[in-house]
Design a protein around this ligand. Structure first.
Ligand code: FEO
Length: 395
């Protein structure tokens, strides 16, 4: 680990997890990073740690700058283990009695995660910690990403340490947005869709609060991925846009299939939508990862979900996807179910029930076709596609 000085006497310490491919159900094809930050002043503070497996790397990184024992304080912005897993090793190395600043809920969570009697210093929203010339301000940001989450703001340097918010799961040797250009944005969008989407209303409130505070921002330093320094406003504006989830004339035909009959239906529906000028895409659940599909869900107007009936129920991948999507709470979608069946045909009804629970607008009772769709069946799929297209926004 090579420390990178991001501002005078402020260092980014990045553990690069090149090989992780599954982050609690999210596909991380390009790995991720865990970023900690060292702020050196009359007092020295470490902001966040890294995943447990990388704790020794972090200590080695700190040691290139200072003797770790010189660290006076630790700040834990978030208790999820990818940022707190390294705490026991770090605290042992720097001194178990060093003050550990966190939110009040962070205090409770850390006590549950680790059975250590550390010198917890729970902070108030807006509380400050003077390091000498530099001052840190703490901001509660509940549910971004957990109830304990908070931001830390370095006043003089105008740097926001934003923990999970504004991050990306991307492993690379670059540290800043200006080294990546637009290529970082798909990673930021996927991260937002799969981690922060349920909290979109809170994000909108937070952005309003930050705007009201007129908080000057030269840099946003997050705990995963690339630091925003060229244009911090760009990612904030993108978060606002993504949080609004304004539906486009776009439809996802998400399905699985046993003997290609549901697949034939999916393709016919997608083709029909395409003919009506809809940006439509069939997505096979065993070819597209659930986290990639969710990234597409953000701005889509219609979710069309297909499953064959298997043993009176849904195909397992369809159940998996519904569970995942339900938890992420996308909003303002129209929806339709479809599927082929042999004799009982419960899948469409079961999908409808789930879609209704998600408060999607069902514009059709759903289309089920016995065994293999014939010419009439394909025509019915086309008709359904047209009906969905008519219900979507014009643009
Ligand atoms: Fe990167 Fe919520 O942890």
């Amino acid at each position: 680990m090579k420390p990178v000085e991001i501002a005078k006497d402020i260092y980014c310490l990045t553990a690069i997890d090149w090989n992780i491919r599954d982050f609690h159900g999210y596909s991380t094809y390009q790995g991720t990073t865990y970023n900690a930050y060292l702020v050196i002043d009359e007092k020295i503070v470490l902001i966040d740690t890294v995943k447990k497996d990388f704790a020794d790397e972090l200590i080695a990184g700190i040691s290139q700058l200072i003797d770790p024992k010189r660290i006076d304080y630790v700040v834990s912005n978030h208790t999820e283990m990818d940022h707190s897993g390294g705490l026991p090793r770090v605290m042992h190395r720097i001194g178990e009695d060093k003050p550990l600043y966190c939110s009040k809920i962070g205090h409770k969570n850390l006590s549950r995660h680790f059975t250590r009697k550390w010198n917890f210093q729970p902070v108030e929203d807006g509380g400050e910690l003077s390091l000498g010339k530099k001052t840190l301000t703490f901001m509660e940001t509940r549910m971004l990403h957990w109830p304990d989450s908070m931001f830390t703001y370095a006043k003089q340097e105008k740097i926001l340490f934003s923990s999970d918010a504004f991050g990306q799961h991307y492993a690379g040797l670059q540290r800043f947005d200006d080294e990546m250009g637009e290529s970082i944005m798909p990673h930021a969008l996927k991260y937002f869709a799969n981690i922060l989407l349920p909290y979109a209303p809170l994000i909108l409130k937070l952005v309003d609060r930050v705007k009201d505070m007129k908080l000057p921002l030269d840099m946003i330093c997050l705990d995963h991925g690339i630091i925003w320094r060229k244009d911090p406003a760009k990612i904030i504006n993108s978060y606002v846009q993504w949080s609004l989830q304004e539906p486009k004339r776009k439809a996802l035909v998400i399905y699985d299939t046993m003997w290609h009959s549901t697949e034939l239906m999916a393709k016919a529906i997608a083709e029909s939508l395409g003919e009506e000028g809809v940006d439509a895409r069939p997505m096979h659940l065993r070819c597209c990862h659930r986290s990639d599909i969710i990234t597409e869900v953000i701005d889509t107007g219609a979710i069309i979900l297909g499953s064959p009936t298997l043993n009176n129920g849904l195909f397992p991948t369809v159940s998996d996807f519904l569970t995942y999507m339900k938890g992420l709470r996308p909003k303002d979608k129209i929806a339709v179910a479809f599927g082929s069946y042999g004799w009982s045909g419960e899948a469409v009804k079961l999908i409808n029930r789930e879609l209704e629970e998600m408060k999607f607008k069902l514009i059709d009772p759903g289309l089920k076709i016995q065994y293999v769709p014939d010419t009439q069946g394909i025509k019915a799929c086309y008709k359904l596609g047209k009906k969905i297209a008519d219900a979507l926004p014009a643009k």
